[in-house]
Every structure is written in C-alpha cells, then in structure tokens.
Design a protein around this ligand. Structure first.
Ligand code: KG4
Ligand code: ZN
Length: 364
C-alpha cells in the first residue's frame, strides 16, 4: 500500500524535512520516491566561528524549522517553491500517513527542536510517529536509486560526525564491524583544512585545493593500515599534518596544495583499506559509500576501483542525500513502518548506538 512520510532531521547544523513515498509490502518496501526534500544549511553562520557552536546551531534550527516543513509540504503539492508563502501548506498534512524524526545521535539542543516539533504535529494530527536513528538514515541513503540492491551490503559511513563500517544484512539489521576511535573522517578533513587556512566545511575546500597538489611530496602515514582491527583513527594523521605545516613557516600555494593532496590520499587510503579488509571478511553482495565524505572524488574513484576488483556493485547516496538530509530519515522510516514498528514519542538522545544483530567478535 502506498504511504507518504513527512520526515524531519535536525541532528546538527542542517534543518531538513522531506516527503518520502513507498509501497509497503509485508516486511518490505518497493518503489521508494523522494517527493520533496528541503535542506536549510547553517554553513554561513558557522563559517564565522570556523565550526559549529551547539547553542548557535539550536537557535538557528528553531528559526528554520517551521518554514522548512511548510516549504516541504508546498513543494510536494506544487512541484516547486514558486508562489510559496509562509504558513500556507498545513492542509497538505491530511495526505501524510506518518511523521518520522531523527532522535539521535547528534547535538542535543538541535535534536530537541526537531523532536519537539515532530511530537507536536504527530499529536495534533493524530499521526503515527517514528523516531529514527541518524546512522540508519545514512546507511540506507543509497536505496532510492538502487532498487535492485541485494543484501548483505557492506556500508562505509564517512561524515562529519562518524566513520564506521556496517554490514547491512537487510534494512533494520546491522552489524557494526569498525568505528572511529577518535576523529571522524569529515571532522579530520575539517580540521586539516583549518590548519591550511581554508574555509569551513573543510572537506570540499581541501579536496579542491588537492586537485593541483602532488600527494608524494610530503608523504603522510596511512592510519590503521597495519592493524588487525577494522576501526578508524585519524587523530595521529591530523597531528602529522600539523607538524608538517609548522615545519614550513612560509607556506606557498603549491605547498598547501601538496599537503592537501597528501592528507586526502592518507584519509582515503585508510578508508579504502579498511573497506577492502571488511569486504574480504564478510563477502557482501555490494558496497555502499555514504555520508558527506562520499562526495570526495578520490574516495569515489578508489571505491569504484575496489568494487571492480572484487566484482561487486558500488552504491553511492542518491542525489542530495550525501550530507545530512531528511529524505534518508524518511527512507529508514518506511522500512520501520513495513516492519510494524509501533508509534512512540521521540526523546532526543545525544549518543544513540544503532541496535546490532550480532557483535563483531561473533562475525570475524
Ligand atoms: O554527512 P555530513 O553532513 O556529516 C554528518 O552527518 O556528520 O557530512 C559533512 C562532512 C563535513 O565534515 C565535510 O567536510 C565533509 O562531509 N565533506 C567532504 C567533502 N564534501 C563534504 N569531505 C571530503 N571531501 C569532500 N568533497
Ligand atoms: Zn550525518
């Protein structure tokens, strides 16, 4: 039966809402469609401080929340924002079957805004509410463009807040194989970019600078390459870059480009070598690279090459679903709806591990 979910995501510095539709079958979902996807980014605000200040992020969430949901409903009905006026779209809530919201992990103040809002509209409109784990959203963000994907799929999540490897046995069943021990991959890009005097968020600006750089001029170590664990660690690499920057007092544009290229290669090399070892250990039917860092062209190229070598399809997020968004939360919610999950109020939780099917020790 065709269902439409209004989903809300406010875990960090994006205020996002989406309408996601899908055919709910017994235990599954078919024909997933993203009918509307609005993201209000706070990037210009956080560029003033070079990073996210949680209090500032939460206030900005509150300012954006209502207009973003209103716009999402409007675009769903009218196909674009042409003619949109504030508070013009509430009647479209009649056509919604359920509300979904990110309950964690994330910044507690930011999460509070989205969960309070979702609880209120679900209650006022007598709609079921599905609280969703943000990781699960990222893990399933490739699915709208990959209806043919068969399970299990090995997913590398690389974003500003997380770097992890999960075996997705099927939607709703996840096995954690490796996680970050310190900085997440995107966080490492952001900090490295700061050392090189680049704007926040650092990933896009660092990878652009790296296009003209020579990655072999200042070789940096590839983290975790020689360890048995499938975890990630980027803080040592960050320190190595900082030392290298300090050792070159007058950085030329070429020096900065060469350092950026080395750093990008070391991060990518570590992500790909852990992905390859996890694939060898778990024999998946496909690979997925998700999260904001999956935008990185070098990572994309190396992941595609790995897939080709292993004879596996490689999936990336559907367009607009790389960095934080609500459409991926709606996708995860469709599967929860299909599995018969009960409606409940969302309670924001800063640290919220994804429930696992089995532990890594049992697996490897
Ligand atoms: O998925 P996302 O919104 O973060 C969290 O959910 O935490 O991703 C944002 C992160 C930022 O750290 C940003 O620097 C990084 O993704 N990023 C990139 C690129 N584009 C975005 N990192 C490397 N290369 C890129 N092209
Ligand atoms: Zn995220």
């Amino acid at each position: 039966m065709q269902k439409h979910i209004l989903s809300i995501e406010t875990s960090c510095d994006e205020t996002a809402a989406a309408i996601v539709g899908g055919d709910i079958l017994s235990g599954g979902v078919r024909d997933i469609q993203i009918a509307s996807n609005i993201i209000s980014s706070q990037i210009p605000l956080h560029q003033l401080t070079g990073g996210v200040v949680p209090e500032v992020a939460a206030r900005a969430q509150l300012q954006a929340m209502l207009p973003v949901v209103d716009q999402t409903l409007y675009v769903w009905q009218h196909g674009s924002l042409d003619g949109w006026q504030q508070n013009s779209s509430q009647e479209h809530l009649d056509k919604i079957d359920a509300i979904a919201v990110t309950e964690g992990p994330g910044l507690i103040g930011s999460l509070l805004v989205g969960t309070e809002f979702a609880n209120a509209i679900a209650f006022a409109n007598d709609l079921p509410l599905l609280p969703i784990n943000h990781y699960e959203g990222h893990l399933l963000s490739f699915l709208p463009d990959a209806p043919e994907a068969s399970w299990p799929i090995l997913a590398l999540t690389a974003s500003g807040g997380h770097s992890s490897l999960y075996l997705i046995e099927r939607p709703g069943q996840y096995q954690l194989l490796g996680r970050t021990r310190d900085d997440a991959a995107g966080e490492a890009f952001d900090k490295a970019a700061q050392f090189l005097g680049l704007a926040y968020p650092g990933g896009p600006s660092l990878s652009k600078l790296a296009e003209h750089g020579n990655p072999s001029r200042f070789p940096l170590p590839t983290p975790m390459q020689h360890q048995a664990s499938l975890d990630f660690s980027f803080s040592g690499l960050k320190t190595a870059l900082r030392r290298q920057v300090a050792a070159l007092p007058d950085l030329s544009e070429q020096d900065r480009a060469d350092l950026a290229a080395s750093f990008q290669q070391a991060v990518t090399g570590s992500l790909i070598s852990q992905l390859r070892r996890a694939a060898e250990a778990t024999s998946p039917s496909g690979l997925a690279i998700v999260g904001g860092v999956a935008n990185n062209q070098l990572l994309k190229a190396e992941a595609s090459a790995l897939g080709q070598k292993l004879g596996l399809p490689v999936y990336f997020p559907s367009s607009g679903l790389y960095t934080d968004n609500a459409a991926m939360i709606g996708v995860a919610a469709l599967f929860q709806l299909a599995s018969g999950s009960a409606s409940r109020f969302a309670v924001p939780t800063a640290r919220l591990p994804l429930p696992e099917s089995t532990s890594i020790e049992e697996r490897i």
